[in-house]
Design a protein around this ligand. Structure first.
Ligand code: GAL
Length: 444
């Protein structure tokens, strides 16, 4: 066991070092935009002999990502001052680098005390299926959570009647962010359909304004955009059927969505491949681009880091064709088997799952609470509107953020989309995605 720990620790270290050497971010993202702050007390890196240690693993570092986590850690430390908290976050949006480090640690028998994982396939098909997680039904019962989280969400973090993690939030994936001043000055309204999108984009292009900001230095952002285009074209049932294998990728509607996606790419910033998601959102914030399609971690970045005002400095709308549909991205934390202080992990999960914890985290992160009984008044106008939208909408899982299909499939999609952004070869991407579906998705 000890040897495994050393080996996997070494492996994780080598991966992170290699990533750093490749120029990947290791501490802070949002290079053009990040607000550098004094590190808060919660950012401990060393431990005190004799104190129990809780190691929290995530990919929340840098602008738009870490403020919520640090608030949660501070809240936990105020309640459990005798615990050393190690914030083991590995930078890279959507877990670009963190997931590899986590996999190596889990395989090496060196799990962190708790780790960020999306509800759905990412949790269930990887860690639960491999027998690496403890069930948390007792915790849900003792904390009275069974009717405090939406049933759909509990289902997403359950397998065979056992609940394996606690959702800290709900992000919305299908949001179009726009610069209010640019839209007003040009007499534009946010596009509800793809036809409207292209008409708005053409007007902006004629005026020399970049219509759509993209930052696909990390390929998941392009897959995220494609996911929203697929949803807007196929509707919720067709979209879901792609990830269950009921709808093939050579379906005419998928081809249509890919053509639309390709057309949209003609309206993005030239330097998209050099930017991460924060850098892309920053183009909209600074008035150098009009729109950005991204999850509402952008709202956290805009308001918490850039101090922008919702509905004044920026506006939002569902992405074209997706009104009434809500792409659910839920970040959750569980209890891996074999950790040193399982009771301590449960104490942390209790704070994370409490009204107080969910409020502290989500007002900063841009997401809405996963619990249904948090006071909406604590949230800004975007948060309040999103809490309402969540209740009224058709909910669909995100592919790009791990809920809809197994990790191996998501990786293939990211790679295929990355190639497509450069080649624009619709037939080739359809063939690649079809092979991935045939081999990696169990048809229902
Ligand atoms: C998602 C995650 C969000 C946010 C985003 C960008 O996968 O659920 O909380 O961190 O990636 O990194």
């Amino acid at each position: 066991m000890q040897r495994y720990r050393l080996l996997s620790g070494l492996l994780a270290f080598l991966i992170v070092t290699a990533l750093a050497a490749c120029g990947k971010p290791t501490a802070s993202t949002g290079s053009e935009a990040a607000d550098q702050k004094e590190p808060p007390a919660s950012e401990q890196t060393s431990t005190t002999p004799g104190k129990k240690t809780l190691e929290i693993f995530s990919w929340w570092t840098g602008a738009g990502e870490e403020a919520g986590l640090l608030a949660l850690i501070d809240l936990f430390k105020s309640k459990y001052p005798d615990v050393d908290v190690v914030n083991a976050a590995v930078a890279g949006g959507a877990g670009t680098n963190a997931k590899a480090v986590l996999a190596s640690r889990m395989q090496g028998g060196d799990p962190p005390s708790t780790f960020q994982v999306h509800g759905g396939a990412e949790l269930n098909d990887s860690w639960v299926a491999a027998g690496k997680m403890e069930p948390l039904n007792d915790l849900y019962e003792s904390e009275g959570w069974m009717d405090k989280f939406p049933k759909e969400l509990i289902d997403l973090v359950s397998k065979d009647g056992k609940i394996y993690s606690v959702p800290v939030n709900i992000h919305r994936g299908n949001v179009l962010w726009y610069n209010k001043a640019i839209f007003e000055e040009n007499g534009l309204t946010p596009p509800k359909t793809f036809d409207e999108f292209f008409s708005v984009a053409e007007t902006l292009k004629q005026k020399g304004i970049t219509p759509l900001a993209l930052g696909d230095k990390e390929p998941w952002t392009a897959a995220h955009l494609l996911e929203d285009v697929l949803l807007g074209t196929l509707g919720p049932d067709g979209y879901r059927a792609l990830w269950t294998g009921e709808k093939p990728f050579d379906d005419p509607d998928v081809r249509k969505a890919l053509e639309t996606f390709k057309r949209m790419l003609a309206y993005v910033n030239d330097d998209h491949a050099a930017r991460n998601w924060q850098d892309a959102a920053q183009l909209v914030a600074s008035g150098n681009a009009a729109m950005n399609i991204m999850g509402d971690w952008v709202k956290g970045y805009f308001t918490t880091d850039l101090k922008l005002k919702p509905n004044q400095d920026f506006g939002w709308a569902p992405t074209p064709g997706t009104e009434g549909v809500f792409v659910v991205v839920t970040d959750t934390f569980g209890l891996p088997k074999g950790v040193d202080h399982p009771e301590l992990v449960k104490d942390f999960l209790k704070v994370l799952g409490s009204v107080e914890g969910q409020t502290a985290f989500n007002v900063l992160k841009g997401s809405i609470p996963a619990r249904i009984d948090v006071d909406p008044q604590k949230f800004d106008v975007y948060g309040q509107a999103t809490i309402e939208d969540f209740k009224r909408s058709t909910l669909v899982p995100s592919l790009a953020h791990g809920s809809a299909a197994p990790e191996g499939f998501v990786t293939q999609v990211n790679q295929a989309v990355n190639v497509f952004v450069t080649t624009g070869d619709v037939e080739q991407v359809i063939r690649t995605l079809q092979t991935a579906q045939d081999t990696l998705i169990k048809k229902k």
